[in-house]
Design a binder for this molecule. Structure first.
Ligand code: ZN
Length: 500
């Protein structure tokens, strides 16, 4: 058989093919397996490779990629010799430059040995590395390394910037649509392989920050605005919850894999070790146990250990999502109710879900800018009279009307002389357009409830016609943005922290 190479329209000289299989040929994989099968059984006979419950797993292969696994240096040395001999006999070549040694789980005080030991294949030296890229994945010998997390964060950031360039930013497309793109595109890429991450607070906060910055860019919020506030308006989970979900779904895949699968065997061995010695085991299993307990899902695992039964795929997914959601709502309430800056927010936004204001803006595009202003006020991410509402007891002096106030938003909306005309117009429109019962109802609210109502808490306008309520909010949105614009300067431009 002869072959030549076609490159840039030119043919190379012909050369003979003495060995190999045809690319894309139907028989090729079988022929290759036949060819390589003996090597694997020779390696198995050496009995220095790793065995899991009578199953030899010392030499997993993927196409022409070969991995050798042993618990001991001597064991791997023997396997390297064996592989080299096989390659001489059957005219294979191993590229020692593309061959590396990785050592996992080595004791700390043994690390100095790394610099002293050598690895050879057929007399040629191969390097020992701490990171290696293979099969589309970076393999880190230090499993607690921060590097994979930083890389994931970088990936998320890059996609975030890409989405911002597409229009996912303040005064761009609707934040609700931007959030959907984030959840469908950025999260899956950023969290690829998250099932096996071991996280701590530091790592997690790096990932949360990426999402928080993106959400702040979408909503046009100032840096330092609480991420929970933004998430609550968009109906999004924390990145931590997203990762936990992936881990819990992965758990079912492990449990329900066929019994002779290697990954299931490894999991069951670790699970049993953990059962006998829960305090001595670290890593994957205790991490899962902690997550199951966190979301009140332990009973399912307990039941599996007792009876071997586990919920069906759809049932498990539904339960996982429900329980995580429940815990996320509690966490969101805890976070948002603690911050004085979010006083108005927590009176108005009762559940973390797609916010009604944003929904309005999605349906009536002419309201987008007004809604954006309301969202900023709610999140305490706005300057009124040069003051960012911090919810404290400090008195401020109004530059517009000369009076003193504590709450800048309330002052502008209800008391400032500067905004009196805009306020009068609002009430004029309300009395003109709405039936008398509705006007009476609004008029009977005390200051606090009135503020809550105009900023979107529908509790006090319940029972009125839906169209009326919606029209009320359209009028109010116009008025709020008018009043606030009079008394404030709006930072339409993204500040430096949120623009990168
Ligand atoms: Zn004033």
């Amino acid at each position: 058989m002869e072959e030549y190479v076609l490159y840039n329209g030119k043919l190379s000289r012909q050369f003979n093919i003495l060995q190999g299989v045809r690319q894309g040929g139907v028989l090729s994989p079988w022929l290759f397996l036949l060819f390589i099968d003996d090597m694997i059984s020779e390696l198995e006979k050496l009995s220095t490779g790793i065995v899991i419950q009578n199953l030899f797993v010392g030499s997993p292969m993927f196409a022409d990629d070969l991995t050798l696994m042993s618990r001991l240096k001597r064991g791997l040395d023997n396997m390297l010799v064996q592989v080299h001999n096989y390659s001489l006999k059957w005219r294979l070549t191993f590229n020692e430059k593309k061959t590396v040694v990785l050592t996992f789980g080595e004791k700390r005080d043994n690390i100095s040995a790394v610099t002293n030991r050598r690895w050879l294949i057929g007399g040629k030296e191969i390097m020992e590395k701490s990171i290696w890229h293979n099969l589309e994945k970076d393999w880190h010998t230090d499993v607690s390394s921060l590097i994979p997390i930083l890389e994931a964060a970088k990936k998320g950031q890059a996609i975030g910037i890409g989405l911002a360039n597409l229009g996912c930013r303040f005064n761009g497309m609707s934040p609700l649509v931007a959030t959907k793109l984030w959840a469908r595109i950025a999260l899956p890429k950023m969290l690829y392989g998250a099932e096996l991450w071991t996280l701590n607070r530091e790592k997690l906060s790096k990932l949360e920050k990426v999402q928080n910055i993106f959400l702040r860019v979408c909503l046009g919020l100032l840096s330092g605005t609480l991420g929970s506030a933004a998430r609550g308006l968009l109906g999004l989970w924390t990145v931590g919850a997203e990762i936990d979900k992936r881990k819990l779904l992965f758990l079912r895949r492990l449990i329900c894999a066929s019994e002779d699968c290697v990954h299931r065997r490894v999991f069951m061995i670790r699970l049993n070790r953990w059962r006998w010695n829960p305090n001595k085991i670290t890593g994957f299993v205790p991490d899962l146990v902690r997550i199951l307990q966190k979301y009140c899902l332990w009973e399912y695992m307990d039941n599996f250990l007792q009876s071997g039964n586990f919920p069906s795929k759809s049932e498990w997914k539904k339960t996982v999502i429900e329980n995580i959601n429940h815990t996320e709502i509690e966490f969101w309430k805890f976070k948002t109710q603690r911050y004085k800056q979010l006083g108005l927010y927590s009176q108005v936004v009762k559940e973390p879900m797609r916010n009604m204001w944003l929904q309005f803006a999605l349906e009536n595009s002419e309201m987008a800018i007004q809604v954006a202003i309301i969202v900023k006020i709610l999140c305490g991410s706005f300057y009124v009279n040069g003051v960012r509402f911090a919810g404290g007891k400090t008195q401020f002096h109004c530059m517009s009307c000369g009076n003193y106030y504590i709450n800048p938003v309330k002052h502008a909306m209800l008391h400032c002389c500067e905004t009196q005309l805009a306020r009068t117009k609002l009430w004029e429109r309300i009395t003109y357009f709405f039936p008398v019962e509705f006007v009476v109802n609004i008029n009977s609210l005390d200051e606090g409830n009135l503020m809550q109502t105009i900023f979107g808490n529908m509790q006090f306008v319940q029972g009125h016609d839906n169209n009326q309520v919606q029209n009320f909010y359209i009028i109010v949105a116009e008025s709020i943005s008018q009043i606030i614009t009079i008394t404030s300067y709006i930072d339409i431009y993204l500040d430096s922290e949120t623009s990168h």
